[in-house]
Design a protein around this ligand. Structure first.
Ligand code: SF4
Ligand code: SF4
Length: 615
């Protein structure tokens, strides 16, 4: 009997990569893509696969490392989320010109919604801009099966291929058959050809012409041509005058909705597995056959734009489909009903659950750091960054969040904006960044701030892991993703090497000491010979069970001094502090309390105490 397993979309993608005999996978963690590499780690161990795997320092580096493996004739993948592709946009644009040798697939997981991203940008547009083909799977099983095809396409045309699942594909589960993985690792063979791999601008023009020709041939690739899914719709006596064109997970929603509404036998539907480049023959065919064409795709109008007929084609550009947000089944049903002139669906009001805004974990060391920052710089400007600690916004200690590494550049920008004011009239600037984000994009920004003479306090929230995406190692961890020991980089030493003269480390659980240190750092930034001051707030992430120091054995109790003023809940927002009503003493939820004891400092009435826990 054939073995079967229910796989998460990202696990299915990892299986598809292993089935494609991929020899290198690089990534920077980011939801919704993070589980692809961690699954490959497990597969490598379980199946003894010959694979180099790495959590690279950022997406640009991940892309470039994997690309070199492809130049040496071996199959490679670089994996990231959509905003990560912005970081890797530079090598992507250039690699489209040079082309590749071994199959090179760029997995970019988009996040319509957006559920955990700063934008809901559509990576297919970057594929179009770079001039590389992009494949759009509609389910986990299809994602897995498309990957060998993506590698073949990449090798046949010597071009990078983008593979773009969305959150609902990455995080859906589907039952599928298990197949044996191919064995054998092709020997590396880099053939020197400077006119291609190191092409000067003169040769780049030639490469651009070749790239255009490749794209034109790829658009005619029969295996990736749009597929007509419901023959039965054409078997009706009257030829339909309308059709639907869909791609990605929206196609899966549309199919189900058409069956439920009895439209499957009435309206032809086409799947577009490769939204770019769209074959000219398909465009001509559907525009001549139908009077009205509905395009369903996430997130932006990539297919719709290529159809180039605003009289017949309906989608995001015409306003038939909302211009932002995820196309959930309810939304698709409304659109399809309107398009097919059916009455709207009866509205079912969702139950009104009391909402709760996202917050840092109980006992998270970052909460203590943010509390200290507000105490030290009560009227400060707080540029923030991307990670768990973005939630410092709820604590009033994060004023800006732009993209990875931007807290440092923005802190410098704020300093220069106010530099003409006398120091007492200018607000203190205190930026925050996590350890992994500091390595990712913070270092160049810090160097720039130092050499441009900026003055601000930078707090590096060092919890010794990449917490938000699942505890991937950082360059300071001292080991790679499979536990292999490697050189352990020191953040304070790197900060010093960036030219910073004030660097000190403190544990945020020592709240008073941290507040004092931050005040000292702020003083340094304003002193005659001052500059950027860096405070490393170092304490392990409580959720990272690999770090033993993250476990605390203490108990927090509420005594009779509690007035129920609610100050601790408002200012500290720890989920373990529970209100029992106005003026009622608060309660500690022992199932959540980590025993960090930082809240003891927050209560001005001494109502919270910490005692060692009896085991
Ligand atoms: S996962 Fe770790 S770093 Fe993130 S909020 Fe929880 S304790 Fe803090
Ligand atoms: S613990 Fe302190 S701050 Fe919190 S409600 Fe009681 S008295 Fe107020």
């Amino acid at each position: 009997m054939t073995a079967r397993k229910i796989l998460l979309g990202n696990e299915a993608i990892a299986v598809g990569l292993a089935e494609s005999a991929c020899t290198m996978a690089t990534s920077y963690p980011g939801t919704p893509a993070s589980e692809v590499l961690s699954t490959l780690v497990q597969l490598k161990k379980a199946e003894n696969l010959q694979l180099h795997l790495e959590w690279s320092i950022n997406e640009k580096v991940a892309f470039e490392v994997a690309l070199a493996n492809s130049f040496a004739g071996r199959r490679s993948v670089a994996i990231m989320k959509q905003v990560g592709l912005n970081v890797a946009a530079d090598p992507l644009m250039s690699a489209a010109y040079t082309g590749v040798k071994g199959g090179f697939v760029l997995v970019v997981a988009d996040d319509p919604g957006p559920h955990s991203s700063q934008t809901e940008q559509d990576s297919r547009f970057l594929a179009m801009m770079a001039k590389v083909p992009v494949l759009d799977p509609s389910s986990p099983a299809e994602a897995r099966d498309m990957l060998p095809q993506a590698f073949s396409l990449s090798e046949q045309y010597e071009i990078p291929v983008m593979f773009r699942p969305t959150t609902r594909v990455c995080h859906a589960r589907q039952d599928m058959e298990l197949r044996p993985f191919p064995t054998g690792d092709p020997p590396p063979q880099f053939e020197k050809n400077p006119t291609r791999w190191a092409a000067t601008p003169k040769f780049r023009l030639i490469l651009h012409g070749q790239l255009n020709e490749k794209l034109s041939n790829i658009s005619r690739e029969p295996s990736l041509a749009p597929k007509f899914l419901n023959e039965i719709a054409l078997a009706t006596a009257e030829k339909p005058r309308i059709c639907i064109v869909a791609s990605g997970v929206v196609l899966a929603h549309a199919k189900e909705i058409m069956m439920d509404l009895g439209l499957w036998t009435k309206i032809p539907i086409y799947q577009v597995p490769m939204p770019y480049p769209l074959p000219r023959s398909f465009r001509d065919e559907i525009l001549s056959q139908y009077d009205r064409i509905l395009v369903l795709e996430e997130t932006d109008p990539v297919i719709e734009l290529q159809l180039q007929n605003r009289e017949k084609v309906f989608g995001r550009i015409t306003g038939t489909v909302p211009s932002a947000g995820e196309l959930l089944p309810e939304a698709v049903e409304e659109i399809v009903r309107t398009f097919a002139h059916l009455p709207p669906a009866p509205r079912i009001e969702p139950p009104n659950f009391p909402g709760r805004r996202p917050t840092l974990c109980a006992g998270c060391p970052h909460r203590a750091t943010f509390f200290a920052i507000k105490k030290a710089f009560p009227k400060g400007i707080y540029p923030g960054d991307i990670g768990c600690y973005t939630l410092g916004v709820n604590l009033g200690a994060v004023d800006t969040v732009l993209c990875m590494g931007a807290s440092i550049s923005q802190a410098a920008g704020f300093y220069h904006a106010y530099r003409t004011l006398p120091p007492e009239g200018a607000p203190a600037v205190c930026a925050t960044i996590g350890d992994s984000t500091f390595f990712h994009a913070g270092i160049p920004a810090l160097i720039n701030a130092v050499v441009q003479g900026a003055r601000f306090t930078l707090v590096i929230l060092d919890n010794s892991t990449t917490a938000m995406t699942g505890h991937q190692p950082t360059p300071a961890s001292g080991h790679t993703l499979d536990g292999t020991p490697v050189p352990q980089l020191s953040i304070p030493e790197i900060v010093k090497a960036c030219g910073v003269r004030f660097v000190e480390v403190e544990d945020p659980y020592r709240l008073d000491a941290l507040i004092d240190l931050l005040k000292k750092a702020g003083g340094y930034t304003r002193s005659e010979k001052g500059g950027v001051a860096v405070v490393v707030a170092k304490h392990p992430c409580l959720m990272d069970r690999a770090q033993s120091a993250s476990r605390i054995r203490r108990e927090v109790t509420v005594n009779e001094k509690c007035k129920g003023c609610g100050l601790c809940i408002k200012q500290f927002e720890c989920p373990a502090l529970v209100s029992q009503g106005e003026k009622e003493p608060i309660r500690i939820d022992s199932s959540l309390c980590s025993g960090c004891g930082v809240c003891v400092h927050v209560c001005p009435h001494g109502a919270l105490t910490v005692v060692p826990k009896n085991e």
